[in-house]
Design a protein around this ligand. Structure first.
Ligand code: UD1
Length: 419
């Protein structure tokens, strides 16, 4: 078992370079199944979710080879299976993209219902509605979704809510359908644009990604390509919030500053100084923070995946902040862990009321999911004394070299193995 052990209250100063986007990687790796030739995927984050997906692709017959830590070559010419078992997909929510990719290429797919972080019910009805509109039939039995179609035919699909997963999954299948598919009320997150760009490099014809109407003209075959994944908006946000909380001066490099607008605006409201470069943001904070109001929304709103880290920050603001979670119905499980560190938080439904305290105190805590884990790291860095974080496996799902990156900023953080 591994723990992260943090001796808090070190100022964070210096530069941190952000890795490739996890949520783009977990869509682009399955999308590579659809290509007849070799795909070279660069700037992949070195994280557990990527390794789990690579294992799954290997199990179905794709040849996957890491050229270095962050570059993967996928050759899907000889895929022999279109089934992904629960054993191989249980750790990652995004395994659902195997459905769209296999259905698009082989017109059939058998994929176990996804695992991943548990924050309330995580339905996939909109994904299935989309596949059905394209002409696929499906059954769900014993946790396995079986999809098949004689052929896929383009269709008009209106999503009940702008679901990231459904938008990407439909984009994948529709890329190899006959005719034109239009997705309305599509999600607009940066990794949707990135996945569309990757598909287009393979020869797909996807237009409008990043707006709420996406038009896909199907093609009969996709070929290999080289592609570089965008930087991770959420990892970048995590380091920006850490810099704000620790009262430091942190330059977050290799990012797309535009993706950070909702967070940059909030940190400015709270009293931080933000300098935006072409591909970097510098956060300067005295640690003297104003309280604020945060409402999570789909992009370009404040990302739900930065909500736990933001709650950690609000714990040390000078007053009462209100945080409303509008995307997930149960994303506050980690609050009890923040309370162990001295956070004064009350949750009522989707709203958390955070009363700022003068200082957090180190304690033993457990990550309850990926971003909750990141929130505990940030809180531990700001807390007085020693914080020990268990369930590090959640953090490793989505953060590359987290202890090394924070150490390089001046934090006292180490990974400890125990029986
Ligand atoms: C993706 C991200 C996740 C992030 C979330 C919201 C990946 C791999 N994961 O998850 O980190 O928190 O976007 O930004 O990219 N919903 C339905 N039916 C569906 C699909 C979704 O009701 O068929 C609802 C969900 O319950 C949720 C909301 O829509 O309330 C948003 O979900 P969605 O955007 O699909 O999230 P994911 O793609 O699973």
């Amino acid at each position: 078992m591994e723990h992260l052990v943090i001796n808090g209250q070190r100022q964070l100063c210096g530069e941190v370079s952000i890795s490739g986007a996890k949520n783009a990687a977990v869509a682009i790796i399955p999308a590579a199944i659809m290509a007849q030739g070799k795909c070279v995927i660069e700037n992949l984050p070195s994280i557990e979710d990527v390794y789990s997906l690579v294992d799954t692709l290997t199990n179905i017959g794709a040849r996957c080879e890491f050229v270095n830590d962050n570059t993967l070559v996928v050759d899907s010419s000889n895929i022999i299976k279109y089934c992904a078992t629960y054993e191989s997909v249980k750790k990652i929510r995004a395994s659902y993209y195997l459905m769209g990719a296999l259905l698009g290429r082989f017109k059939k797919a058998e994929v176990a219902m996804p695992g991943g972080c548990n924050f309330g019910t995580r339905p996939i009805d909109q994904h299935l509605k989309g596949f059905k509109a394209l002409g696929a039939e499906y059954t769900i039995s014993h946790g396995i979704v079986k999809l098949s179609a004689q052929k896929l035919v383009g269709s008009n699909i209106y999503l009940d809510m702008p679901s990231v997963g459904a938008t990407i999954n439909i984009m994948l299948a529709a890329s190899m359908a006959e005719g034109v598919t239009v997705i309305e009320n599509a999600a607009k997150e940066p990794h949707i644009v990135d996945t569309a760009n990757f598909l287009n490099m393979l020869g797909a014809r996807v237009k409008g990604a990043g707006t709420d109407v996406i038009k896909i003209t199907g093609v009969s075959e996709l070929h290999g390509a080289e592609y570089m994944i965008i930087p991770d908006q959420i990892e970048a946000g995590t380091y920006m919030i850490a810099g704000a909380m620790a009262g430091g001066d942190v330059l977050v490099k290799n990012i797309i500053p535009k993706h950070m607008d909702p967070l940059s605006a909030k940190l400015q409201d709270m009293g931080c100084v933000i300098y935006e470069g072409d591909d970097s943001i510098r956060v300067i904070s005295t640690g003297n923070l104003n309280p604020t109001t945060v409402k999570t929304m789909t992009y370009p709103g404040f990302p739900t995946d930065l909500q736990p880290q933001m709650t950690a920050l609000l714990c040390v603001a000078n007053g009462t902040s209100i945080l409303t979670e509008n995307v997930w119905d149960n994303r506050f499980q980690y609050i009890n862990e923040l309370k162990r560190l001295g956070g004064n938080i009350t949750v009522e439904g989707r709203v958390a009321v955070v009363e700022g305290v003068r200082q957090l105190m180190g304690a033993e805590v457990n990550a309850t999911d990926l971003r909750a884990g990141a929130a505990l790291v940030i809180a531990g860095l700001a807390a007085k004394g020693i914080t020990t974080i268990g369930n590090v496996k959640y953090i490793d799902r989505g953060y590359e070299k987290i202890e090394r990156k924070f150490s390089e900023l001046g934090a006292d953080i180490r990974r400890v193995k125990s029986e």
